[in-house]
Design a protein around this ligand. Structure first.
Ligand code: NAP
Length: 281
C-alpha cells in the first residue's frame, strides 16, 4: 500500500459550506492516516475532466463530489461502480494511475444509517414510502431496490419527476402527492427527501398515524437536526432517524474506498458535527 499522505477533497460550487472536511479530517486523525481533506471549488463553466487531471497532477488521490457536479463527474469517469452507473451520478472519485474511478455511496450510506439507528428492525420486509424525487431520492430508491424491499412507494409534488424515476427499482409504484397519507398505510419506513422542514422552508405537512407500529421515520434534512417531522414521529412512538446518519455513513464508505479502512461512525464525530451545526444557528 502507498503510504504517501493522502490528499483528498470535496469538489463543489460553492463548496465552503460542506461538512465533509470536518468528517474526513476527524477520521484521518482518529485512524492515524497521514493526509488532508479540503474543499475544492470547480466552476461549472470549466472543463471538469481537465480540472480533475490538474488535481491528480497535484497529488490528489480521491475526492467527493457535491452539487452541482455529480452528473458531470459521472460523464468524466474511466470506470464506474454499479451504484454510480445505476444513478448516472458520482459522489466519490478515486484517482489511480491517471484513471478516474467513480462510485456512489449515498444510497448505501442511507441504508447504513437506518441499520445503525435500529439494528435488526424489520422495515425491509414492509412497504416503504419515499417523499421527493430529487438527487437524494434517486440514490435512496435504488438502494431500497437493491435491499429487496417488496413494495416501494414514491410521491413527489411534481408528479412528472417521480414518474421519471420509475425504472430505478423493481416493486416501485408512484402515487399523488395529495395522497401521501394514504400511501403511508402500513409502511415500516417513511423517508423525507424533500427540502420541506429545512431551515427557511415550510414544514412537511403530513399525519403519521397510518404507518406500521414502531416504524422508522427518516428525515435526511439535517438543518435543523430535529425537524418537526422527527419531533412528531418521536412523540407518536416511531423511531426517528435524522440526516446526520446518512451524511456520516456515506462519508464512511468513501473513506473506506480511499484508505481501505471503514471508520467508526460514533458519538465523538456526531458531537463534532452537532457543535458545528449549532454555530450556524
Ligand atoms: P433536489 O434534487 O433539489 O430535490 C428537492 C426535492 O424537494 C424535490 O423532490 C422537490 O419537489 C421537493 N420540494 C422542494 N420544495 C418543496 C415543497 N415546497 N413542497 C413539496 N416538495 C418540495 O434536492 P436533493 O439533493 O435531493 O436534496 C433534498 C434534501 O436532502 C435537501 O434538504 C438536502 O440538504 C438533503 N440531503 C441530505 C443528505 C444527507 O446526507 N443527510 C444528502 C443529500 C441531500 P419538486 O420536484 O416538486 O420540486
Amino acid at each position: 500500500m502507498n503510504d504517501a499522505p493522502k490528499k483528498l477533497a470535496i469538489i463543489g460550487w460553492p463548496v465552503n459550506h460542506s461538512r465533509s472536511p470536518l468528517i474526513h479530517n476527524h477520521w484521518l486523525s482518529a485512524q492515524g492516516v497521514a493526509g488532508e481533506y479540503e474543499p475544492y471549488a470547480i466552476d461549472p463553466k470549466d472543463d471538469f475532466r481537465a480540472a480533475l487531471a490538474a488535481m491528480a497532477a497535484n497529488g490528489f488521490v480521491g475526492a467527493n463530489v457535491t452539487i452541482p457536479h455529480k452528473q458531470t463527474a459521472f460523464a468524466a469517469m474511466d470506470v464506474l461502480s454499479d451504484s454510480a452507473r445505476a444513478l448516472g451520478a458520482v459522489n466519490t472519485i478515486s484517482m489511480k494511475q491517471g484513471r478516474f474511478i467513480g462510485d456512489n455511496t449515498d444510497g448505501e450510506g442511507f441504508l447504513a444509517s437506518l441499520d445503525a439507528a435500529a439494528p435488526g428492525h424489520d422495515w425491509r420486509q414492509r412497504p416503504v414510502l419515499v417523499l421527493g424525487a430529487g438527487g437524494a431520492a434517486r440514490a435512496i430508491i435504488a438502494a431500497l431496490g437493491r435491499a429487496g424491499v417488496p413494495d416501494i412507494r414514491l410521491t413527489n409534488r411534481t408528479r412528472d419527476k417521480a414518474d421519471a424515476l420509475a425504472g430505478l427499482a423493481d416493486n416501485l409504484t408512484i402515487g399523488d402527492w395529495q395522497k401521501r397519507e394514504a400511501l403511508a398505510a402500513a409502511c415500516g419506513l417513511l423517508v423525507n427527501t424533500t427540502s420541506l422542514g429545512m431551515q427557511g422552508q415550510p414544514p412537511l405537512d403530513m399525519a403519521l398515524s397510518g404507518l406500521a407500529r414502531g416504524a422508522l421515520v427518516s428525515d435526511i434534512v439535517y438543518t435543523p437536526l430535529q425537524t418537526l417531522l422527527l419531533a412528531a414521529a418521536e412523540q407518536q412512538g416511531f423511531i426517528a432517524v435524522d440526516g446526520l446518519g446518512m451524511l456520516m455513513q456515506q462519508a464512511a464508505l468513501s473513506f473506506e474506498i480511499w484508505t481501505g479502512i471503514r471508520p467508526e461512525v460514533n458519538d465523538d464525530l456526531r458531537d463534532v458535527l452537532v457543535a458545528d451545526l449549532a454555530g450556524d444557528e
